[in-house]
Design a protein around this ligand. Structure first.
Ligand code: ZN
Length: 326
């Protein structure tokens, strides 16, 4: 996977290539933008381009032993530091180990590269330790912080790094990539493009996670109206966010259809018959009530609330409201 596999980020890639070609590489970068738009892929390719012996126009060759070892995370001078799991912080001991290593000579590369994913999840102590390193940068190292939003990082850290911005793709572009390169139907591509909000990596993750099977089960639960089927507390923790996104998209579709939206505006375009039935069955107030509850649940989950309880309350709300006919 090289820079040319990175879709829709021409401005960021152009900037990185230019800094290589002009020999203006900084000791520290922040790649900022939503998850799933290619920040990690860009960082890995930048690490390759900094060290590959066959770089052409800022593009690593992607074929040599070095490029292949970086791709398979086997190069001793290229490091990716990430959180253990959702909700965790970047560990201070990992940051300290990284800093210690950064001042040592590379084993074989020209530049050691340290990629810190989810940099906004560094706590005060870790951020402070890193700041000292950014103030006195090691000669042979490049540190790349990946973050959704620079506003969540310490201002002092941001001011010591070059910020490279990454953006979501247009929905139409994501659809074309999904149908053209990943064999999805037009309707499936449409749903994934909308659900991912133009984040291609996220759309591909949804595909890998067999989201359409999950969505079918969810719709069955919601539409059946049976008390037992609204037991959302059995959803695995790692799937909660995508289920919440799907529930939100589902009721937004119902609301939009009730308000007279065109088909192409629906996320779940292939389920428009069920959406139409639900739009006829539920009142505006009921639908908006559920949407507000889903948004509240998302906020609770972001605050690390009790997952089982929050999902159980949401399930109850959908059942209570959802079965009323108006
Ligand atoms: Zn190479």
């Amino acid at each position: 996977m090289s820079f040319k596999n990175l879709k829709g980020q021409d401005s960021a890639v152009g900037y990185l290539k230019a800094s290589l070609l002009n020999n203006r590489v900084s000791h520290a970068y922040i790649f900022s933008g939503p998850d799933g738009v290619g920040k990690r892929l860009a960082a890995i390719n930048f690490a390759k381009a900094l060290n590959c012996g066959n770089v052409k126009s800022g593009e690593p060759c992607d074929q040599c032993a070095l490029c292949k070892r970086v791709d398979s995370s086997e190069h001793p001078d290229i490091f990716l530091l990430r959180r253990g799991k959702e909700g965790d912080s970047i560990k201070i001991e990992d940051v300290r180990a990284l800093i210690k290593d950064a001042y040592l000579k590379p084993f074989e590369a020209c530049k050691k590269v340290y990629i810190i994913e989810g940099a906004e999840y560094m706590k005060h102590e870790a951020a402070n330790a890193l700041l000292k390193t950014l103030e006195e940068p090691p000669a042979d190292s490049v540190i790349i912080l990946l973050a959704e939003n620079t506003k969540k990082l310490f201002h002092t850290i941001v001011s010591r790094c070059r910020v490279v911005k990454f953006f979501p793709l247009k929905l139409k572009e994501v659809e074309e990539i999904l149908t053209g390169e990943h064999s999805l139907s037009q309707a499936q591509a449409h749903t994934l493009a909308h659900l991912s909000g133009g984040r291609l990596g996220e759309a591909l993750k949804f595909k890998e996670e067999d989201i359409f099977t999950k969505r079918s089960l969810l719709i069955k639960k919601i539409v059946s109206g049976s008390r037992a089927d609204f037991d959302f507390d059995d959803i695995p923790k790692e799937d909660i966010r995508i289920y919440l996104d799907m529930i939100l998209a589902w009721y937004s579709d119902i609301l939009n259809m009730k308000a007279g939206a065109e088909d192409y505006m629906l996320v779940n375009i292939d389920e428009k018959d069920i959406i139409s039935n639900e739009a006829a069955r539920l009142s505006f107030d009921h639908i908006e009530d559920i949407i507000n509850s889903v948004i509240s649940t998302m906020i609770y989950m972001d605050r690390n609330a009790n997952q089982k309880l929050a999902m159980s309350v949401l399930g109850m709300k959908i059942r209570q409201v959802g079965v009323c006919t108006k």
